[in-house]
Structure formats: C-alpha cells, structure tokens
Design a binder for this molecule. Structure first.
Ligand SMILES: *Cc1c(COP(=O)(O)O)cnc(C)c1O
Length: 454
C-alpha cells in the first residue's frame, strides 16, 4: 500500500490530486504550507459538521423509536474555539465545558447558557459563579462538598435554583476495545453507586443531598465511562446501572429525575483498517437496551443526552508537518528504522507520549514510487519519548522539505498542546470549498515573552 488516501483515518474531504499531492477541503497542502506554515492543525469543516449532525440524527432517530428524547453535547475539551463552538451549535448540538476558560469560549461563540453544561471535579467558586451568571443549563456536580458549595453560592447570590446533575461512577470502565466492570472505584471523578457498610452509596447520598437543597434543582444523573470506546456494551451496562439508581431514588423520595446523561467516549479510527464506532448502530443498541431496562424497572424513560468529543472533531483534523532530519538507525541485526524528524512533536501532540497512542502518517506533498520502509516519526523536543508516530511505512526517499501529514489529530491535539522547549503552538486552520480560514493563529515568540515578567 503506498497510500491510504482517501478513506479512514483521513477526513472525508481528503484526496490526492493528479500529481499525488494531498488536497483537503479543496486546498492543496502545498498551498496550506505556503500560506500558514508548518506545523499546522488543519480542520475539514464539512467533515466536522457532518459528524456532529450525524451523531445528532442517529441518536434522535433511535431514541424516538423507543419514545425518548435526546440531546447531543459536544465535549469541548476535545478541541474548542469560537468557530467550532458555533459550527456544532449550528448543527444542533449543545456544548459541554469543563472549565471557566472553555465556558468563556462557548459563550463568546454565542451559545446560549441554557445550551451549555459545566463539568469538573474541582470547579472553583469563580467557575460556578460564571455558570450561574450565564444561566448554564446544567452543572454536573462531582462530590458532596460541591453540592454544599454550590447551594451556599446560590443562597448568597439569590436567584433561581441551580440546575444540577450528579455525576456517578457505575463501575464500568471502557476504552480501547473492551470494557471492564468493577465494584470499586479508585479514581477522582464522580460518586460511586456501590453501597458500603450498610450506608447509602456516595451517589445516593449526593442525590438525596441535592433533593433536600432548595437552592438546587435535581435535573438528572450523569455517567461517563471512558474514551476511545469501540465496544458498545459498556454504554449499555452503565445506562442500566444509572436507570436502576434513578428508580431507587424515585422509590425513596418520589423524585423521578427527568434526564440521564450517558457521557462520551465514542471511538474513532486512527489507523488504516480500523473501524470507528458507527453512530447509527450504537444509538440503536443503546436505545433498545435502555428501553428494555426502563420497562423492567417499571419507570418511564427519561430524556437522554450524550457527549461525544473525539468522534466529532478527531477525524476532521490532520496535522501538517515539514520533514527535517532523516536518519537511519540500526535497531538490531535484522531491523533498520528510519527516524524522520518533523518540525513539531510532543508539544502539538502529547498523546503518543502520554498514552502510547498510535497514529498514521503519509508523505503528502508528492506521490513517491520508492519502496516503503519501516519508519518512526519524531519531533524536535529534547526528549527521546518525543514520538509522533511510533511505527509507519514511509517511502525510502522521504527527505528534508517533504510535507508529512498525520491523520485524525483533531481531538486532544491542540487542546493538550504545550510550549515545551518554548515552541510556539501551531495554528488551527479550517478548510472548506477551497478556502482557508485561521481559527487560532500561530503563537509567536513575542507571545511567549509577553507573559514573562522578567
Ligand atoms: C472527556 C469527556 C467526554 C468526551 O469524551 P470523548 O472521548 O472525546 O468522546 C464527554 N464527557 C465527559 C464528562 C468527559 O470527561
């Protein structure tokens, strides 16, 4: 295989032109490199919008089949800018935020507070106050302490009760291809549904506390089980646990909460041959399983929500680099690996170093007929773990000046970027119908120096 283009893991707007050079959203990469430089994050606007709309349509249709409503929240932490918040909102999504900064971007985009959620295991008073100021539609509380803090804040300010969801942990953890279900919880998020020592579970305690506080309005229960999930059964098991908890709360207090949020985590393709979770299929599976669970429990279905982040923005993005140093390295008697250094690295994509995440790369400025060899794409940082693509076949004649693209970097690339080694963070540019638009400009050394107080 000399090229995987077009097809997954590339965005739908990626093709090769007659000379073999990559074109994205109607824009040749050579033109992109000339206009905005490298490295650069490139977002295929039409692809991103189609994925957002696809999730909304798939879930709306499947849940309508079983008589339930559903809202789709875009998880802004995957990547958020004013334009992207606007696009997903135009496609009928709401926006999930996890800090005052993300909330500020969504508000700047004109997303109404009512269409925004605020998450976080350690929200500051300022962040909670910002949410209340703007009538954020749901504050997802993550601890008993936060229940008390939020109630106190509302009491001191006056005004309407704050709409609250309680984040629970169901013992279901998913990511990669499988889910595991554990009775215990040893992580910072949420409140466990597991009861201990004859006491109510932490989740039940928090729900009861919210019900008791006149300053809070209990909207529902929230569960998020993991990320990059390719096996849908974890969602179904977690949804059932949440519906059971909802029924138990109703039996105790007479309060049947209106909403259940099933979180995000829908997996995408990162490598050629990988298959993303199909939104139509997962929506049908989850809808039929929650309908069955609610029928068994004898409770009417709540309104549901989901929070895809990666699945909306990940496949829509690619990172464009310029190749610099190319160095063959003898690994053992049989193996030689070509180390291909690019002009970015772990500062623009920390995921390979952080999680061992795998990516696919191709030389995209030209179509090489040279045989392909084992290569590793590395960055320019002072760290041997500064790897962009662990293992990929690249043409043996890859050389300095070549443009190289890494697929499916739209999620958790720019949003986790750093200034390590005082590199300036790359721009995010959108392409659509042959046009290039800068969403976030490239940082400059002046930006770095501007915050240094000497
Ligand atoms: C991270 C996160 C998401 C989005 O996860 P993806 O894997 O990007 O879909 C959604 N909800 C919550 C609460 C999260 O923490």
């Amino acid at each position: 295989m000399t090229t995987s283009i077009p097809g997954e893991p590339w965005s739908t707007g990626v093709a090769r032109d007659g000379a073999g050079a990559l074109v994205v959203g109607g824009v040749p990469v050579a033109r992109l490199a000339a206009e905005v430089g490298t490295p650069a994050y490139v977002l295929d606007e039409a692809d991103l919008r189609a994925r957002a709309a696809g999730y909304r349509r798939a879930f709306a249709a499947a849940f309508a089949e079983v008589g339930a409503g559903v809202d789709v929240y875009y998880a802004g932490k995957a990547f958020l800018s004013v334009a992207v918040a606007r696009w997903v909102h135009e496609e009928g999504l709401r926006v999930d935020t996890a800090s005052g900064g993300e909330l500020a971007v969504a508000l700047r985009a004109g997303v109404p507070g009512a269409d925004i959620g605020l998450h976080g295991n350690n929200k500051s008073d300022d962040e909670l106050a910002l949410a209340l100021d703007h009538g954020v539609g749901r504050i997802i509380v993550d601890s008993l302490v936060e229940v008390e803090r939020l109630a106190a804040l509302v009491r001191s300010r006056g005004g309407d009760p704050a709409p609250v969801m309680v984040r629970v942990t169901t013992g279901v953890h998913a990511g990669g291809h499988e889910y595991i279900s554990t009775a215990h919880e040893d992580q910072k998020f949420g409140l466990s549904v597991a009861a201990r020592d004859g006491q109510d579970s932490p989740a039940m305690q928090a729900l009861l506390a919210v019900v008791e506080r006149p300053e809070l309005r209990l909207l529902g229960i929230h569960s998020h089980i993991g990320s990059q999930i390719l096996d849908p059964s974890g969602f179904e098991v977690a949804a059932r646990v949440v519906l059971e908890l909802r029924a138990q709360l109703a039996a105790r207090t007479g309060v049947l909460v209106e909403e259940v949020d099933l979180g995000g985590g829908y997996g995408i393709a990162y490598l050629p041959g990988e298959v993303a979770l199909d939104p139509d299929r997962i929506a049908k599976d989850v809808a039929s399983s929650v309908a069955a669970a609610a029928a068994e429990l004898g409770t009417p279905l709540p309104r549901f929500s989901i929070e895809p982040g990666r699945a909306v923005v990940g496949p829509a993005g690619l990172t464009l680099y310029t190749v610099g140093t190319v160095k063959p390295v003898r690994v053992d008697d049989e193996t030689e690996r070509l180390y291909v250094s690019v002009d970015g690295g772990m500062s623009d994509n920390i995921r390979p170093a952080l999680y061992g995440a795998r990516y696919h790369a191709e030389v995209v400025g030209r179509l090489s007929t040279a045989p392909h060899v084992l290569a590793r794409v590395v960055g320019k940082h002072c760290e041997s773990g500064d790897i962009v693509v662990h293992e990929v076949q690249l043409p043996a004649d890859v050389r300095a000046g070549d443009l190289l693209a890494v697929a499916a970097t739209g999620a958790y690339g720019r949003s986790m970027a750093s200034n390590y080694n005082m590199l300036t963070r790359p721009p995010v540019v959108a392409v659509r119908d042959g046009e290039v638009r800068t969403l976030l400009r490239r940082e400059t050394v002046d930006d770095l120096l501007a915050i240094d107080q000497g």
